[in-house]
Ligand binder design. Structure first.
Ligand code: GAP
Length: 513
C-alpha cells in the first residue's frame, strides 16, 4: 500500500512540477476537488479527446457529433430522473466528523475479499507453475470459494437494500461488517441519508423572474433532447449514434483521489439508438469495441477488467464498467449502459412531443432503445498519465524519470535542441521548427547541457529529441533520440517529418484496434 501511495504522490507532484495540472485558484489555497489543466496538460487532454472523437465519429459512418449547451431546460432533469433519483447514500462518522458514501465503504470491504481470493490464486500459480489450472483451482479451493461467495452476498444485499431504498439495512450491513472510518478507526456511524448531486443555479436578472436551473450532471441528456433534430437533419437511419464531449458537474461529497473524482469534469459520451429488442447485441458490441480502443493505447491488457453491475441505475437493463488499474487499485474508467427507451420516453411524456423513429424496413414507428458509452476524460488522463510515469535505472546506474505516454497522445511530439547556442546552430534548429510546426506540436530548447535537456523532455513525455550539431551545417543531418529506448540515429533533416509521423499518427494507433 505504501508503495501505491508513493506512486500516487509522485503522479500528483509530477503533474504539477511539469505543467500538466495545477490546483484551481492556488493563490487562494485552491478549491477542493477542482483542478486546472496547465500548458502540457491541456495538450494531452486535447489529444485524448481527439483520439476518442476520431475513433467514434470519424471512423463510424453512422455516428455524428454535437455540442449541446451546459444549461438545459429544468424539466430535462425531472424527466431524466436526476431530480428524484440522482443521489448518493451518505453516512457520517460521529467521531471523526468525516462523511463517506455508504456504498463505497461496503464496496471497498468487498474488494478486500476479492483481493484475498486473488492472493490465494497467485500463491497457487507460483507453487504449481505451468501445471496450474486456474479455472479448476477457483472452482474447488475452499478459501477462494468462501471469499468470493462472501463478496457476492455482501454486494447483492447492498444492491437490494439500495434498490428498495432500505437505508437502515445499508447501515446495518456496515455495522455487521464492522467497517471502521478509514480516517479514525471509529465505528460510531450516523444513519444513512440520500443526498442529491446536482448543482443548482439561477437564470435571469431579478429574484422574482429568475428560473431555477441545474448545471448538467451528464452530457447524455443534451443528446437525448436533440435526438429527433439530428435524426431528421442528418437523415440518420437506425442504428446510429450521437457523440458529444463536454463538461459535467456533480456535487461529489467524497471528492478525492486527485482528478479521479471531481466536481467539474469532462465526459465523452455516445448514445447509440437501436431497434427495441436489438439492444443486447449492440451492448456486447460496444463493450468489446470500447475495450479495444483502450487496449490500442498499449498500457497493458492486465490493467483493464470488466465489472458487470449488480445494482442497475434507474434507466438501465444492463450495465458494465471498464475498470482500470489506477495507482489506488482497480476503479471505474468507463461505463457502458443499455438505457432502454427510458430517457426518450420520459422526454416524450414531459415535453408532450413525439420522439419516435419511423423504420422503413419494419414499416412502423417506435421509440428507439439506447446503448451508451460514457468515459470520463479526466479519468482517462489519470489512467494514461499514471501508467506512463516511470523511474528507470539506467545501465550506468543513474536514474531517469520518464513519462512513457503513448506517443499519439504526447503533448509535444518533438523537441529541437541546438547542441550549443552559437555557430549558427540555433538558426538551423529554428528552421527545423518552422518546418515541422505545420504538422506537429514541437518545441525549442537551448538552455542547459544537452543531457539535461533530454531528461527534461523525458519527464514531459516528448517522444523525440532532435539535436542540431556542427555536422548538421556540413551535411544537413541531425541526431534523433527516441524517448523510450534512448537510442540515437543520425538522419537527414528531410526525413524527420516521415519518422515522426510514422510514430505519432492517429491512423497508425487506431489501426491497432
Ligand atoms: N451518462 C452516463 C453517466 O454519466 P456515469 O457512470 O455516472 O454515467 C460516466 O459517468 C463516466 O464519467 C464515469 O465512468 C467516469 O469516467 C466519469 N465520471 C463520473 N463522475 C465523475 C467525477 N466526479 N469526476 C471525474 N469523472 C467522473
Amino acid at each position: 500500500m505504501a508503495k501505491q501511495d508513493d506512486l500516487f504522490k509522485n503522479v500528483v507532484s509530477h503533474a504539477k512540477e511539469y505543467g500538466f495540472i495545477f490546483p484551481s485558484s492556488e493563490i487562494y489555497d485552491g478549491l477542493s476537488a477542482v483542478y486546472d489543466y496547465a500548458q502540457n496538460g491541456v495538450e494531452l487532454k486535447k489529444n485524448i479527446r481527439e483520439y476518442w472523437w476520431k475513433s467514434m465519429v470519424q471512423m463510424h459512418e453512422n455516428i455524428v457529433g454535437i455540442d449541446a449547451a451546459i444549461f438545459m431546460h429544468p424539466t430535462t432533469w425531472k424527466a431524466s430522473g436526476h431530480v428524484d433519483a440522482f443521489n448518493d447514500p451518505l453516512i457520517d462518522n460521529k467521531d471523526s466528523k468525516r462523511r463517506y458514501r455508504a456504498d463505497v465503504l461496503i464496496e471497498d470491504y468487498a474488494e478486500k475479499l476479492n483481493q484475498k481470493a486473488q492472493k490465494e490464486i497467485d500463491k497457487a500459480r507460483e507453487r504449481f507453475g505451468d501445471a496450474f489450472d486456474e479455472a479448476q483451482f477457483v472452482a474447488t479451493n475452499a478459501r477462494v470459494i468462501e471469499y468470493r461467495s462472501r463478496q457476492r452476498e455482501i454486494l447483492e444485499r447492498m444492491a437490494r437494500s439500495l434498490e428498495t431504498e432500505n437505508l437502515a439495512d445499508v447501515k446495518a450491513l456496515i455495522e455487521e461488517l464492522e467497517i471502521a472510518c478509514p480516517e479514525s478507526g471509529s465505528k460510531n456511524w450516523t444513519e444513512v441519508r440520500q443526498f442529491n448531486l446536482m448543482f443548482g443555479t439561477k437564470l435571469g436578472a431579478s429574484a422574482d423572474s429568475a428560473m431555477d436551473l441545474y448545471l448538467r450532471p451528464e452530457t447524455a441528456q443534451g443528446i437525448f433532447v436533440n435526438f429527433l433534430n439530428v435524426q431528421k437533419t442528418g437523415r440518420m437511419k437506425i442504428p446510429f449514434g450521437i457523440a458529444q464531449t463536454g463538461k459535467a458537474f456533480r456535487n461529489e461529497i467524497v471528492a478525492r483521489q486527485f482528478i479521479f473524482r471531481m466536481r467539474e469534469f469532462e465526459q465523452m459520451e455516445m448514445q447509440f439508438f437501436v431497434r427495441p429488442g436489438e439492444e443486447m447485441k449492440y451492448y456486447e458490441y460496444w463493450k468489446e469495441t470500447r475495450l479495444k480502443w483502450h487496449l490500442s493505447l498499449g498500457l497493458g491488457k492486465e490493467n483493464y477488467r470488466f465489472h458487470d453491475h449488480e445494482k442497475l441505475a434507474h434507466y438501465a437493463n444492463a450495465a458494465a464498467d471498464i475498470e482500470f488499474n489506477f495507482p489506488f487499485g482497480f476503479k471505474e474508467l468507463e461505463g457502458i449502459h443499455s438505457r432502454t427507451d427510458f430517457d426518450l420516453k420520459a422526454h416524450e411524456s414531459h415535453s408532450g412531443k413525439k420522439l419516435q423513429y419511423f423504420d422503413n424496413e419494419t414499416n412502423s414507428s417506435y421509440v428507439p432503445y439506447v446503448v451508451e458509452t460514457s468515459v470520463g476524460l479526466d479519468r482517462m488522463f489519470l489512467a494514461v498519465f499514471s501508467k506512463a510515469l516511470r523511474e528507470e535505472t539506467l545501465e550506468d546506474g543513474s536514474t531517469r524519470t520518464v513519462l512513457k505516454l503513448p506517443s499519439v497522445l504526447a503533448p509535444t511530439k518533438a523537441a529541437v535542441l541546438p547542441l550549443v547556442k552559437k555557430d549558427g546552430l540555433p538558426e538551423v534548429a529554428r528552421n527545423i521548427i518552422d518546418d515541422l510546426k505545420w504538422d506537429f506540436n514541437v518545441s525549442y530548447d537551448e538552455k542547459d547541457a544537452v543531457g539535461r535537456r533530454y531528461r527534461r523532455q523525458d519527464a514531459l513525455g516528448t517522444p523525440f529529441c532532435i539535436t542540431v550539431d556542427h555536422q548538421t551545417l556540413e551535411d544537413q543531418t541531425v541526431t534523433i533520440r527516441h524517448r523510450d529506448s534512448m537510442k540515437q540515429d543520425r538522419v537527414k533533416i528531410s526525413e524527420l517529418r516521415g519518422i515522426i509521423s510514422e510514430e505519432v499518427s492517429m491512423r497508425n494507433w487506431l489501426m491497432k484496434m
